[in-house]
Design a protein around this ligand. Structure first.
Ligand code: KIV
Ligand code: ZN
Length: 390
């Protein structure tokens, strides 16, 4: 097991499938440049067979960042899709063809209306063809978490024997739960590594039950080498595993997972803001890691504890993810300690206890009326108080 976890970002492919998140080529290039600064290992740049515009965007992304980041793009298990991927990514320094084909009974019966053996053969033929074009081929067993285990394994073994270098196990409809998904990955990992220990085992989790991050981390704990994520958790329906959550989960709990990514975490907040700005999709305020409130503390008890030692209520520092340093939102529940800290940070003297107490009472009156008190309110309060008292 390699201790480095490979991070594939699919914001520009799965993330862009979100209704309303359509990006033009210039916006995609901005995001690709930022993903490079974030130091992701692989960018999934699009689905070139889907349209001429997507094909062009993938080519442009290769031109812009393909010399320093590995680029992949998605193909169904058909020759024309694979050709479109190859033509669009072939100039990248480390191009990877990504082929997807379902393995669950429902996919085999309802989508393809063919026998299981015939569907498996389609996958094998697709991999064999892709290998004539490029050395690196990822095969995704779509709907893996709802697939019959022995059929899933037979497919994986067959495509590895045909030359697939990465096996991606998607929880396509977000059906899995962490213990079960971890167990699936552990069993697959044992068999894959016995067959060929150079093959990379990857996971791709959706968030329909709110478990994409938990399932991804459980997979890492059980042997996955690679995670597929998106910025802000964008993606089909309820989205994909959020890159910022998975990466910080591994970083903050490194002694538990004993695996690390190469992500430049100080770029996380900036990346999240950029993607939100360009897609027009807001990040919920209480979103882990990148939400506006992720490092805001409003209760007096918490503020008091933080001012004594940040570790009392912070498990990571805002600077680690590129967010502004600890932000205390003053409310009527804030205590004297937090209020005093804000006043002093502005340069005002608080040594006169009687004067400070009078100021604090004015602050409480304002906070009762206003709910949240901002720095400019405090500034006005203090200057007004001091001017009137003189
Ligand atoms: O969710 C999914 O199964 C996918 C595959 C293309 C990996 O997005
Ligand atoms: Zn997906």
């Amino acid at each position: 097991m390699n201790s480095k976890i490979i991070v594939l970002d699919t914001t520009l492919r799965d993330g862009e499938q979100v209704p309303g998140a359509k990006l033009n080529v210039y916006q995609k290039l901005e995001i690709a440049q930022q993903l490079k600064r974030l130091n992701v290992d692989i960018i999934e740049a699009g689905f070139p067979a889907s349209s001429a515009g997507d094909f062009y965007a993938v080519q442009e992304i290769v031109r812009a960042v393909g010399s320093s980041v590995s680029i992949t793009a998605l193909a169904r298990a058909v020759k024309s899709d694979i050709d479109a991927v190859y033509e669009s990514i072939k100039l990248a320094q480390n191009p990877l063809i990504h082929i997807v084909l379902g393995t669950s009974n429902i996919h085999v019966e309802k989508k393809f209306n063919r026998s299981k053996d015939a569907v498996m053969q389609m996958g094998v033929d697709a991999v064999r063809y892709a290998k004539t074009l490029l050395p690196h081929v990822q095969y995704s067993t779509e709907d893996a978490s709802r697939s019959d285990f022995e059929y899933l394994w037979s497919t994986i073994r067959a495509v590895i024997e045909a030359g697939a270098t990465m096996i991606n196990v998607p929880d396509t409809v977000g059906f899995a739960v962490p213990e079960e998904f971890g167990d699936l990955i552990r069993r697959l990992n044992e068999r894959i590594k016995n067959l060929n220990d150079q093959v990379i085992l990857s996971v791709h989790c959706h968030n329909d039950l709110g478990m994409a991050t938990a399932n991804t981390l459980s997979a890492v704990k059980n042997g996955a080498d690679k995670v597929e994520c998106t910025i802000n958790g964008l993606g089909e329906r309820a989205g994909n595993a959020s890159l910022e959550e998975v990466v910080m989960g591994l970083k903050v709990r490194e002694s538990f997972y004993k695996r690390a990514t190469g992500i430049n975490t100080q770029e996380l907040k900036r990346t999240s803001r950029l993607v939100s700005h360009l897609t027009g999709l807001d990040v919920q305020v209480n979103k882990a890691i990148t939400g506006e409130n992720a490092f805001a503390h409003s209760s007096g008890i918490h503020q008091d504890g933080l001012l004594k030692d940040k570790n009392v209520y912070e498990i990571m520092s805002p600077e680690d993810v590129g967010a502004d340093s600890m932000e205390l939102i003053l409310t009527a529940r804030s205590g004297r300690h937090a209020f005093k800290n804000t006043v002093e940070k502005m340069g005002f003297d608080t040594s006169d206890a009687v004067d400070f107490e009078a100021l604090f009472q004015k602050f409480l009156t304002l906070a009762d009326a206003k709910k949240e008190v901002y720095d400019h309110d405090v500034f006005y309060l203090v200057t007004n108080h001091r001017t009137l008292d003189e």
